[in-house]
Design a protein around this ligand. Structure first.
Ligand code: AMP
Ligand code: FE
Ligand code: FE
Ligand code: ZN
Length: 291
């Protein structure tokens, strides 16, 4: 007789710590999850699994189950596409090599963005380093925080709407593989891939069915339909695509601590979807609190 796996229940499947562009340590994030009444949370820092150990160590104390994951950067032409990769093997060589390449490119890209901004504003690279912890995946949010610290913007969001907006002419892209490569990398690392916030650009910009079909063939598990930044007009379209392709629907907050208004647990994934996700994973296991 096979033993039923411990039920994790519903979960917030997308959060960030200081390991990328969140503002809380992984342990603090776990404490915040407990305070928000969550029983399970996924830590999904951009292009990194470096926060897993600290978050896992906080599981017994907080009683919150951890589903380790990452948010892998990919790119389709000029459009950035994020893939959530749950329960990957954190030591998988191809995935490690690709995320190292992305992080390296993020670093040189951020330095270039700062060089450009510094022509017009008082801002230095050390201002950005002041906003990051050692080894963090660098992104525009850290530059935004440096702009805030220097008094050039009121908040991170204001910096994104102003100096960091593509139209302002300072921002530029970083290296990222295409989404199909991303889905394959995550599956090859034993993980479970979900297309992150696929409706932030509205119904017209939702991934075309032919392109989605390729991702599904490569092993895409689901669509993050319930996300604070998915536009309302995109959600019916996404639900229709999920039904058509047999994809699961996930829900998550994309919490970044004080870096974004998203509240922990404001969107969640149903218990049965979480159970199926965990059952498909081969790369690593959820960390459960003691019974
Ligand atoms: P990057 O990874 O450097 O391209 O920056 C993208 C990240 O910036 C996303 O993962 C978000 O967390 C963050 N971001 C994007 N827009 C905003 C915004 N308006 N306010 C705060 N954070 C944002
Ligand atoms: Fe982010
Ligand atoms: Fe994202
Ligand atoms: Zn995210």
């Amino acid at each position: 007789m096979s033993r039923a796996p411990a039920a994790i229940g519903e979960a917030d499947l997308h959060t960030h710590s200081v390991v990328s562009d969140g503002t809380e340590s992984p342990a603090e994030l776990m404490r915040q999850a407990a305070a928000a009444g969550l029983r399970a949370v996924a830590l999904t820092d951009h292009d990194s699994t470096s926060g897993w150990a600290e978050a896992a160590a906080a599981v017994p104390e907080t009683g919150v189950a951890l589903i380790p994951g990452m948010e892998l950067s990919t790119r389709e032409g000029f459009t950035s596409v994020h893939l959530l990769g749950y329960l990957v093997d954190p030591l998988d060589e191809p995935l490690l090599a690709e995320t190292a390449r992305i992080r390296e490119s993020r670093l040189t890209r951020a330095e270039e963005i700062v060089r450009r901004i510094a022509r017009d504003y008082d801002l230095s690279w050390s201002d950005v380093l002041d906003q990051t912890v050692e080894g963090a995946t660098i992104g525009r949010p850290h530059i935004a925080d440096a702009l805030v610290a220097r008094g050039h913007a009121a908040t991170r969001s204001a910096a994104f709407a102003g100096i960091l907006h593509p139209r302002a002419g300072y921002a530029q892209p970083h290296y990222a593989p295409d989404p199909l490569t991303g889905v394959r990398l995550i599956r090859a690392a034993g993980g479970v891939p979900v297309l992150a916030h696929p409706g932030t650009r509205g119904a017209e910009q939702v991934v075309p069915p032919a392109r989605l079909a390729k991702l599904v063939d490569a092993g895409l598990f689901g669509l993050e339909v319930d996300h604070p930044e998915n536009r309302a007009d995109a959600k019916p379209r996404l639900r229709e695509l999920a039904a058509r392709f047999g994809l699961e629907i996930t829900g998550s907050s994309d919490y970044h601590g004080a870096g974004k208004p998203n509240r922990l647990g404001e969107c969640r994934t149903a218990a049965d979807v979480v159970a199926r996700l965990v059952a498909e994973a081969r790369g690593s296991a959820p960390v459960l609190p003691p019974e």
